[in-house]
Design a protein around this ligand. Structure first.
Ligand code: GDG
Length: 464
């Protein structure tokens, strides 16, 4: 079997299977982020193909060697829906929902992580660089290091790393830290995440940390160095600019506004339907503004795209019910024959339509209660080639560290959020332009290729 000098390991392969058995490049944060890197490197990608029990041989797709990992229906339940999405996800997002600690889930997580590590060890050439992605695979770095000490191993954590007081709830906290410390570089979205990780390592193992370096003792009495540092992820900004410049997408943006009855202000939310995104808080603020008579449906419509996500995990089923009840109530109370308060779409759209929505929206609402980065904020900014529009951005999203010219909000403060929405709606064009230009400068200067470049450079340096 051919072996690659560069291997990405992620829970999912970067492709989805059509009903007719063909493959399509999949949408979503991580794939969007890594696609340009992979295209250049001609590397291999190890991941699950997205369907239970699917047992496939490795194959090539658009210049990448894909190595599918088979997961049984039970493993998906325990490793993915259970430990990854019902233990780690809520714990790492500040226990917005209660994490569930189940030993059968942990056992499956260990087994599946080992399978990913073995497949990666097989796919990697002598001395190769392996880049492990995200919280589903926290044990892979150490497993891989023990199988293949010749490899250079990076790990990037796309979601927050919580404060020690929360992290320490995890019954398997030591195993998880040991797993991550197997990497030469452990990358995080925010400086605070890297700090939380280093603190957890100090508290659990009493290892020395200095600047971003962690000294990890080895069995033979020597030490190695692991770097824990922030590498804020970004987007392929050029591709959003290109879409935003297309006349048919601009025409579609106009059409969207017309179909909403041409309200003075179109507000937009785009999220996976997830309790971390603060969708309920956003609806509450908007509903109260209508109730208070500060806004009417002729003034403002909120378009909320809530793309379906993790639909078999209980907390998500419940959240969907709550959101849909709230949307129904607000629309029932305030809609007229010609205008709606909230145009709610529990659907996924093509990227072209997303950019048309970004162009149609005067105000973009990113109200996450906790979010690693939030790429939607950056996509909105990149798409605004007209330098208009206002971004409301939660301070609990990683993007807030970079996008200082957004209107910053605390989504728990409903009163503050209402004021911020009114300020955004009323913001003069000149101020919108000033802020948007500065936001765009940041996103265009630091796009996803800079992100991967800086991570991979740090990795190369760390190994040397
Ligand atoms: C995780 C972290 C971190 C959404 N609906 C549709 C659609 N999307 C696209 C967006 C964006 C992506 O999905 C979502 O990325 P986010 O960053 O906003 O959030 P997560 O999915 O939670 O991603 C996050 C990210 O990883 C990367 O590190 O920023 O903090 O939680 O690109 O546009 N795309 C299309 N149709 C949809 O309906 N085409």
């Amino acid at each position: 079997m051919s072996q690659a000098d560069f291997v990405v390991v992620a829970n999912r392969l970067p492709v989805d299977r059509d009903d007719d058995g063909g493959w399509r490049r999949s949408p979503g944060g991580l794939v969007t982020a890594l696609e340009p890197v992979m295209r250049k490197a001609e590397g291999a990608w190890v991941g699950w193909a997205g369907k239970p029990g699917l047992d496939l041989e490795p194959f090539d797709f658009e210049g990448t060697h894909l190595v599918p990992i088979t997961l049984s229906a039970e493993e998906i339940q325990n490793y993915y829906e259970g430990f990854s999405n019902d233990t780690i996800w809520p714990l790492y997002h500040d226990v917005i929902a209660a994490p569930r600690y189940r030993r059968v889930w942990w056992d499956a997580y260990v087994d599946v992580n080992r399978r990913f590590a073995e497949a990666s060890a097989d796919a990697a050439a002598e001395g190769a660089t392996v880049w492990v992605q995200d919280y589903q695979l926290q044990l892979v770095p150490a497993m891989l290091r023990s199988m293949r000490p010749d490899l250079t191993i990076g790990y990037f954590h796309h979601i927050p790393f919580p404060a020690y007081g929360l992290f320490s709830q995890l019954p398997w906290r030591r195993q998880v830290l040991e797993g991550l410390l197997g990497a030469d570089v452990v990358g995080f979205q925010r400086v605070a995440d890297a700090g939380n990780f280093a603190r957890a390592v100090r508290r659990q193992f009493h290892y020395t940390t200095k600047a971003s370096g962690i000294t990890v003792p080895l069995e033979d009495g020597s030490t190695r160095n692991a770097l824990a540092k922030a590498f804020p992820i970004s987007i392929d900004a050029e591709s959003y600019i290109e879409l935003a410049q297309r006349p048919e997408i601009q025409a579609r943006a106009k059409e969207i506004r017309e179909s909403l009855g041409n309200p003075k202000t179109v507000m937009l939310g785009v999220d996976r339907l997830d309790y971390t995104k603060g969708i309920r808080h956003r609806l509450k603020a908007f509903g109260e503004l209508l109730q208070d008579g500060k806004l009417s449906v002729e003034d403002a419509t909120l378009v909320q795209v809530a793309s379906p996500s993790r639909e078999r995990v209980e907390a998500y089923i419940q959240l969907r019910d709550e959101i849909e009840l709230t949307v129904g109530r607000i629309n029932g109370d305030f809609d007229t024959m010609d205008h709606t308060a909230i145009r709610y779409l529990h659907q996924a759209f093509p990227r072209e339509e997303m950019v048309a929505l970004y162009l149609a929206a005067d105000v973009m609402l990113v109200t996450a209660l906790r979010d690693g980065m939030n790429l939607v904020a950056k996509e909105y900014v990149a798409s605004r080639i007209d330098n208009r529009g206002v971004l409301l951005l939660s301070e609990f999203a990683g993007a807030a560290d970079e996008l200082g010219s957004a209107i910053r909000i605390n989504p728990h403060d409903i009163g503050g959020m209402k004021d911020a929405i009114m300020r955004a709606i009323e913001m003069p064009g000149a101020e919108q332009g000033r802020r948007m230009r500065s936001l765009r400068r940041r996103v265009l200067e630091h796009d996803v290729s800079d992100w991967s470049k800086s991570f991979l450079e740090a990795l190369a340096t760390a190994k040397r």
